[in-house]
Structure formats: C-alpha cells, structure tokens
Design a protein around this ligand. Structure first.
Ligand SMILES: C[S@@+](CC[C@H](N)C(=O)[O-])C[C@H]1O[C@@H](n2cnc3c(N)ncnc32)[C@H](O)[C@@H]1O
Length: 479
C-alpha cells in the first residue's frame, strides 16, 4: 500500500519526537532489550524510535510507507507497531498490517494504539469505525480490552497487555513466561564483586534475597570465574554460614508465595510442564515445594479464594499495609508487595486483564464486586494532601476499563491521613502521622464529608484558622 492510495492523510499523523516513545521505552525495560537485540520499527514515521534505540546499542531497522519507504522491512526478534493500527481507516488493511508485522516477529510484537478515553482530544466527525479529523487524518480509538482481543485474534498468539493501549504478543512462550515472572519478582540484583571474598558476599546476598542459593546457570560469568575453584558443597557451606538465617527464611517464604502467584496467573494461559517454566521459577518450585503438582494445587486454591467475598474482606482487613474502607483496600505502590498473596494475585489479575498504567501511586482493590483502580498522585510524598491526577479502573466482572483525568479540574479529590496507605515501617510514616495528629487536634477532620476535595479542604482549613507549611500545620496569619 502506498501513501497515494490512502483515503486519509496518514502520513500526517507521524510527529517529530525527541527520544523514545512511551511504548518503546516500556518495551526496552519490560522485555530487557539490550545491545544486539534486533528490532524492526514497522511504520516508524519520522524515525525517532529507530534513532534512540540505535543509540542504546540495539540493531534497529525502520520502515514506513510514507516517511521511510526505502527502509529495510525484514524479520526481527522484536517488532514495534507503534500507533499505526489506529491511523488505518480500512479495517481489512489494518488487519493485514498487524498480520504482516506479526509475520516478521521472531520473539515479541509490541503493539500500541490510542484509546477511547482520548476521544475529547480529537476534533472530527465519525467515519467508518473511527473519526476523520479536520486535518483529514483518521483515528480508530480502541477500547483497552478491544486492543488485546484484536491482537490475540489476528496473531493467534498469547497476548499480554503491558499498559493501557500497549499489548505484547509473544511468539516464544519462554519470553512470555520470563516477562510474567519478572512482573511478579524482578530479577535479583547482584552485588558488585572483584575477588573471591566479594563474590561469596554476592552469593550470600542472593541467598538472603531469594531464600535459596543460586544455581550456576543463574550466576554472572565473572562470579563463576572467581568461584570456579570451590566445590558446590563448600560454597554452600560458606554461604549458609555467613547468611542471616532470619532473612533467608523470610525470603524463602516470600519466594514460595511469589511462585504460587506466578503459577496462579499462568493458569489463564494453560499451564505447561515444569520444564517450560523460566529456570529461576523451576528452581523455586523444587526448593520450596514437595513437587510441581503440589505447587500447582496450592496456586489453584489461591485462585479459588479470589471468588470468596468473606475471605477477601478478611484478608483486606488484616493486610499489614493499606487503608481498609467500607468498599475497598487502598495501598501505596511502595507497599503492594506487603499485601497478603491473595490480594497481590487480585491486583495482578487486573493488570493481566487490562494492563497496569505506567504512572500510578495507590492501588484500590474493591471488596464489593471485583475491580481494581490505579490512582495517580504524582506528588504523594511532597504534597501533604496529594491531589488525584488520574485514575484507571478495571472491572474484573465485565473486563471493561475506564480512565478519568482530573488534570483540568479545579476541584480535585485529595488524600488525608497519608500514612494509612503505607506499610507501618515506611520511613515517611512518622512525618505523615505527626501531621494527621495535628490536623485531628485542630478539628480539621470533624466533618469528613466536607474535606474530600480541594475546595472543601481549603474552607475547613480556613474555618479552623490553619494553613500548611510543607508537612507542618501552622496558625493562619491572614484570618
Ligand atoms: C502515528 S504515526 C506513528 C509513527 C511512529 N511509529 C511513531 O510512533 O512515531 C503512524 C504511522 O503509520 C504509518 N502507516 C500508515 N499506514 C501504514 C501501513 N499500512 N503499514 C505500516 N505503516 C503505516 C504512517 O505512515 C505513519 O508514519
């Protein structure tokens, strides 16, 4: 298809950009794209992602029918299809384009598209299954779940939404499973080492972090070189002697629960044999469970508990982190890993269903019905009463998602009692708690229904003759 034959002026949708697009940036992190990975940017527009990825050392080719028709269109490990499907007005060609991108994919296809909630940013009239703008460009805005279903259907692959409007289709099951495992538990970081003693310290640290010793295949090459002269039994003895047994036990418990979480999520795509799992998960299964069958059974029980309203409410009420209300549990991003495993599974299920947004601060898990919202309070730590900028919600019963932006609102919802959203040992808790206590003493929480938004809160501050200086409540001088 050449630009001349298009019914809309698609070429005009390509913007000049400095640096990586958000989908490409997220793919670099999520899929651990490193030096030497081959990438095809299909529909690369003006080529900003091609240039930025090359600077990162990746082997990138870019092709675009309007801006770079002479570019190389050849198979690659990773194919990016960034904001292309939404600009194609012909549904048959849209499919064909996605299919062609997939045919060129060796490991993972990264598809991004604009979403329905952007509708009010686009001026134009309805045309076909989208909008024709005043600049004669076309936009088919996807519903978040529609994009995943569409990519699923056209590629026939197992797709995962990475974020709203961003879907990964994996050709290679190993890559998909490694990605899920990292979403649950990021790869262990190795301490720096330069000699035998510091290499042993790095092994001890791994043991304390993961709850088990690393296998040779999990160790960086330099560690192997430095410790190659030690027999495994000797290394084991040295590490066990040096490690803190309390830390090792705590981490072993956490790793066992992370393994259950992984296996529970994996059920959605049909679990394979233990040999299909990433090596680190296989080793966790072997270390922390009597068998793979037993681990799967426990993971199934965990999934089953998600349906039990009383169980979920009980887990929320007893959660060591977060604020439990009549309708939901609210937990700060720093503390989600401290929730009971069944609640972590709840949050992960929602993210697997519709993608977790890249920017969020507090997760809200409903116990009436099933739904998760990711709330974005970008100034949570600096603002004594953080203001809500946006929220993204997934209803797990209908799988519908919705987005609300408060960016233009003059009366945004705001938070009080910030410490309640965190784990009690969070370093910020004492400061936030002091402020809450001062506000209670000043009578600011006497009429809770008035203080949920900026204007009501300002009025109450005024009424009580107080104002805020950072996280300190002071007497007002202007009243
Ligand atoms: C919104 S731009 C995105 C450009 C680039 N991926 C980026 O994110 O900067 C959409 C691009 O899709 C290209 N395009 C249109 N039809 C296409 C097709 N059938 N196959 C591949 N690319 C196409 C257009 O030329 C345009 O450059």
């Amino acid at each position: 298809m050449t630009a001349q034959l298009w019914a809309s002026e698609r070429q005009r949708t390509a913007i000049g950009r400095v640096g990586l697009s958000a989908p490409a940036r997220q793919a670099v992190t999520d899929l651990q794209l490193g030096s030497g990975t081959s990438v095809l940017d299909y529909g690369c527009g003006r080529g900003a992602d091609v240039r930025a990825l090359r600077q990162l050392g990746l082997e990138v080719s870019g092709w675009d029918p309007a801006h770079h028709p002479g570019g190389q269109l050849k198979p690659a490990e990773i194919v990016l299809l960034t904001y292309v499907v939404n600009v194609i007005e012909d549904p048959a060609e849209r499919r064909q384009t996605l299919r062609h991108a997939w045919d060129n994919t060796r490991t993972a296809l990264v598809v991004s598209a604009r979403l329905r909630w952007e509708r009010n940013q686009i001026k134009g009239r309805e045309h076909g299954d989208g909008i024709l703008t005043s600049r004669n460009t076309f936009q088919h805005l996807f519903a978040a779940s529609e994009l995943r279903d569409y990519v699923d259907e056209v590629t026939g692959a197992r797709c995962l939404p990475a974020a709203p409007g961003l879907v990964y289709a994996f050709r290679d099951d190993e890559a998909r499973l490694r990605y899920i495992a990292r979403r649950i538990k990021p790869d262990a970081k190795w301490l720096t080492f330069e000699d035998t003693a510091s290499a042993i310290a790095a092994i001890v640290d791994h043991l304390e972090q993961r709850g088990r010793l690393p296998r040779l295949e999990e160790m960086p090459q330099q560690v192997i070189a430095l410790l190659g002269h030690l027999r495994p039994a000797e290394l084991n003895r040295l590490a066990q002697q040096a490690a803190d047994p309390v830390k090792v036990e705590e981490s072993a418990n956490r790793s066992a629960l992370d393994t259950l979480l992984f296996l529970a999520l994996e059920l959605f795509h049909g679990r394979g044999p233990v040999s299909s799992l990433p090596l680190s998960v296989q080793l966790d299964v072997r270390t922390f469970f009597s068998s793979y069958a037993e681990a799967c059974k426990r993971a199934d029980q965990l999934l089953f508990k998600l349906r039990d309203g009383a169980y979920i409410r009980h887990a929320m009420a007893g959660s060591p982190a977060g604020k439990f209300t009549a309708t939901a549990l609210y937990v700060h991003r720093r503390a989600v890993h401290r929730m009971p495993t069944v609640l972590r599974l709840y949050e992960h299920c929602a993210s697997i269903a519709a993608g977790r947004p890249p920017e969020w601060t507090v997760a809200k898990l409903r116990h009436q019905g099933r739904g998760v919202s990711w709330l974005n309070y970008p100034d949570f730590d600096s603002d004594p009463h953080p203001r809500l900028v946006s929220s993204y919600t997934v209803d797990l019963q209908t799988l519908k998602s919705s987005f609300l932006s408060y960016a233009d609102s003059t009366n945004r919802p705001l938070l009080h009692r910030k410490h309640e959203f965190l784990a009690p040992d969070d370093p910020h808790v004492p400061k936030y708690l002091r402020l809450t206590e001062a506000e209670v003493r000043a009578g600011l929480y006497e009429q809770p229904h008035l203080i949920g938004t900026e204007e009501g809160w300002e009025r109450e501050l005024h009424r009580c003759g107080r104002s805020l200086k950072g996280h300190r409540l002071v007497r007002r001088t202007d009243s």
